[in-house]
Design a protein around this ligand. Structure first.
Ligand SMILES: NC(=O)c1ccc[n+]([C@@H]2O[C@H](COP(=O)([O-])OP(=O)(O)OC[C@H]3O[C@@H](n4cnc5c(N)ncnc54)[C@H](OP(=O)(O)O)[C@@H]3O)[C@@H](O)[C@H]2O)c1
Length: 338
């Protein structure tokens, strides 16, 4: 069994912790907690061992009547791999503690590529994480772009990519951020950072991106344009996407008119937390004009990186092929395996 700890139990950490518990070859040794919150009472009820982030957190939890197992340093003594789920730009400060404990670490997309030098999307570069001490699973938008662009590149081929991202304002449980009545250019200067981030996984790809934030918590919606290497048809692009792993091909005529319908689909399927781990592509939007492919793509920001974190753990520990790991992960999370 691979012994896994999760440091940072927020939007991503909570989901990764539950996904670890579903793996036949992994044990969730524990998660860390910063501030007393109902999510830790729920975790405790599930039997998840909880450790404090530090002594200050431990005291705060003691005062609230929790009895935690120790601190992060104690957790690190008991794991092979830690998944860092700390807020954006905070995870980097944890790296020294992981190295000191001799523990492998998976960081998230809020950290810079340079922190680990290996940015990860399972279907694109699983092998590059082999035996690494630290790996960064890229952000939700970068994961979605790498999956679709990588898939089309394996079919008709891609010479250049462009994408316009309508980003969700914030996550559903976050009451501090907006906008609630505006479209916010994110940022006003172009291009956005998403293109260079995709290049950390698909080096050599020519890509330009721009982004804005809209008042929704559901999903990000991308308008993607790919210049094709071979003069492919719509069918060629659809076939390449349908063959690819972790792709959810939907159509307007089946009721998928919006991101809300995609979330509703996950609810109807009984997915944990209504999570959509796949990249959603509107099949009926796929259009090829003059050697350029166009399509709409949806990214459930809270969920898409969860299977990638599980595969990153296996890739770093070793002993699995890409196919073996992705199959185990997909089957455990109810993703149709391809
Ligand atoms: N949310 C998304 O849509 C999304 C998607 C893809 C990737 N990511 C990336 O995933 C990472 C985590 O984001 P998130 O949205 O899950 O954050 P989040 O919901 O704000 O949760 C962060 C968690 O980290 C804990 N924490 C605070 N300081 C910490 C520290 N120094 N070390 C370890 N943990 C600490 C907090 O504990 P307490 O709550 O107890 O204070 C909280 O549970 C970021 O890099 C982000 O960019 C986020």
């Amino acid at each position: 069994m691979i012994r896994v700890g999760v440091n940072g139990y927020g939007t991503i950490g909570r989901r990764v912790a539950d996904a670890v518990r579903k793996q036949k070859d992994m044990e969730l040794v524990g998660v860390t907690a910063g501030h007393p919150h109902y999510k830790y009472a729920v975790a405790d009820g599930k039997g998840i061992p909880i450790y404090a982030l530090d002594m200050k957190s431990l005291e705060a939890f003691n005062k609230e009547g929790y009895s935690l197992r120790g601190t992060l340093n104690d957790l690190l003594q008991r794991v092979d791999v830690v998944v860092d789920g700390a807020p954006e730009d905070i995870g980097a400060a944890n790296k020294a503690a992981y190295s000191q404990a001799g523990v492998k670490a998976v960081f998230q997309g809020g950290e810079e590529h340079g922190l680990t030098g290996t940015s990860f999307v399972a279907q694109c570069n699983f092998e590059q994480a082999a035996k690494k001490q630290a790996v960064r699973v890229v952000s939700c938008n970068t994961t979605g772009l790498c999956r679709t662009i990588g898939a089309v590149d394996k079919g008709p081929g891609v010479t250049r990519a462009r994408a316009v991202l309508a980003r969700r304002a914030t996550d559903p449980d976050d009451v501090k951020k907006g906008p609630i009545d505006a479209v916010v250019l994110d940022p006003t200067t172009l291009p956005s950072h998403h293109g260079p981030d995709v290049q950390t996984v698909l080096p050599g790809l020519e890509i330009v991106t721009m982004a804005f934030k809209v008042p929704t918590t559901h999903m990000h919606l991308h308008s993607v344009i790919l210049s094709l290497k071979q003069k492919g048809s719509k069918e060629d692009v659809v076939k390449a996407l349908e063959r690819a792993p972790r792709m959810n091909m939907v159509e307007g005529r089946a009721g998928f008119k919006s991101t809300a319908n995609v979330m509703d689909w996950a609810r109807e399927k009984g997915r944990d937390r209504n999570d959509v781990y796949e990249t959603t592509v509107w099949k009926d939007s796929v259009t090829v004009v003059d050697g350029e492919a166009y399509f709409f793509m949806g990214v459930h920001q809270e969920a898409i990186v969860v299977p990638e974190n599980i595969d990153a753990v296996r890739a770093m520990v070793g002993g699995y092929t890409r196919e073996e790991s992705m199959k185990l992960t997909d089957e455990s999370l109810g993703i149709e395996h391809r």
